[in-house]
Design a protein around this ligand. Structure first.
Ligand code: CUA
Length: 333
């Protein structure tokens, strides 16, 4: 009992006092609000039951303890119908009420009528990164989901079609919504809507292989104007800078182009993240390291040293080749 309580408190503390960006009670979207309400309600109900039961237990242990010199036999009781009925009906009623409340939340979270102005994004889980495709905007990016915020009149909902190309993943951004499995061969729906601009962190929540813990993602919620600007830039093909022709040539002659897409070039692979606007992203390796020139060079040099088991191989490049390649990648704004 004590051990369970300790684990419970530890979990509670780690979830509630976690860094703001993954905190499960600092919610900014209706589905997450709904889950937070359930969390507090259940905590209050089971907390009250715990206090009553443990309180009664401790009271009885003290009040009816064996006293010195008292050898008399306590009263022997052989069942009581009213008491048995009471302790059967009361928990059943509590469970039934909680069931109804949970049902209401499930209906709220599983909104199936998609509003007309909703932003649709196809999310594809890969081992071990996220692909975000905006079909109406012609934008494909990775690991960083940009969404517009709504205002008081218009709650701009974001509807995600969740798909997987390999194993089961789970999409989870605690401040925005609950978890939803990402299952190969089917499309699951998840939605959220926020009026609060900011960065919300999430991660894969279903074990999917070696680098499951490093399958991170970010949601950038921004004003509709900023979002439009971002989307317009992302929809453009890469600008071909003649100054980095050597690196570009290398990218197209190595196997890079078989897996990666760079719009406006022959590279159109789909196994790996679209790199057309790589430099617009905050991180590399699906949220593992900051996107800066040194990390980019280390990543291209030996991805396995940063993310062991990932599907990107090392190409054993010379220092000069690495410099050329990274110089080219750095033009992909
Ligand atoms: Cu993907 Cu865990």
């Amino acid at each position: 009992g004590i051990l369970l309580l300790a684990f419970g408190l530890l979990f509670f503390a780690s979830s509630v006092f976690a860094a703001g960006e993954t905190n499960i009670v600092q919610t900014v979207s209706p589905p997450a609000d709904s889950i937070k309400f359930l969390f507090y309600l259940l905590l209050a109900v089971v907390g009250a039951i715990f206090l009553i039961v443990e309180g009664a237990l401790i009271y009885c242990m003290v009040r009816f303890r064996k006293r010195e010199g008292d050898e008399s036999e306590p009263p022997q009781i052989y069942g009581s119908k009213p008491v048995e009925i009471a302790w059967t009906v009361a928990p059943a009623l509590i469970v039934f009420v909680l069931f109804l409340v949970v049902l209401r939340s499930i209906v709220q979270i599983r909104k199936v009528d998609v509003p007309e102005d909703a932003l649709r994004v196809v999310v594809t889980g890969h081992q071990w990164w996220w692909e975000f495709h905006y079909p109406e905007l012609g934008v494909t990016t990775a690991n960083e989901l940009h969404v517009p915020i709504g205002d008081d009149e218009n709650e701009r909902a974001v509807f995600l079609d969740l798909q997987s190309v390999d194993v089961i993943h789970s999409f989870w951004v605690p401040q925005l919504s609950g978890k939803m499995d990402v299952v190969p061969g089917r499309t699951n729906l998840l939605w959220f809507a926020t009026k609060q601009p900011g960065l919300y962190r999430g991660q894969c929540a279903e074990y999917c292989g070696t680098q499951h813990a490093n399958m991170l993602l970010r949601v950038v919620a921004e004003s509709p104007e900023e979002f439009e600007r971002w989307a317009a830039q992302q929809a453009k093909p890469a600008v071909d800078d003649p100054k980095v022709a050597a690196g570009r040539q290398l990218f197209m002659s190595l196997a890079c182009m078989n897996c990666h897409t760079i719009k406006g070039t022959p590279a159109n692979g789909t196994f790996a993240p679209d790199l057309t606007h790589l430099m617009s992203r905050q991180t590399l390796a699906s949220g593992m390291v900051e996107n800066n020139p040194k990390n980019l060079r280390d990543w291209v040099d030996n991805p396995q040293s940063i993310k062991p088991g990932c599907l990107m191989p090392s190409f054993q490049l010379s220092s000069k080749q690495l410099d050329d390649l990274v110089a080219y990648l750095e033009t992909l704004h």
